[in-house]
Design a protein. Sequence first.
Length: 95
Amino acid sequence: MERESLYLVLCLHKGKSFFSHIIQWWTRGEYSHASLILPDKRHLEAREWMGVILHPSFTMSKNESIDFFRIEINEEQWAKIKEMIEEERGSRYDW
């Protein structure tokens, strides 16, 4: 029986807010935020003043564009990622 492939989706956000533009200027990059869509469709991100949060699903804002990159992972990597999420969930935002 063939196993279904597992994927992370790396989301690189190009925000249009004043704060996003400051981040892009300061980092000299085109992105202001990064997040992950997990194989189980939950959405992981760290937000200023909120810390590391796990959403039940991904929702795209009208005030940004996002580049998506799909990364194939195996079962062992997924297990380690889930452990890391539980360790980091609720942690403060790391400027």
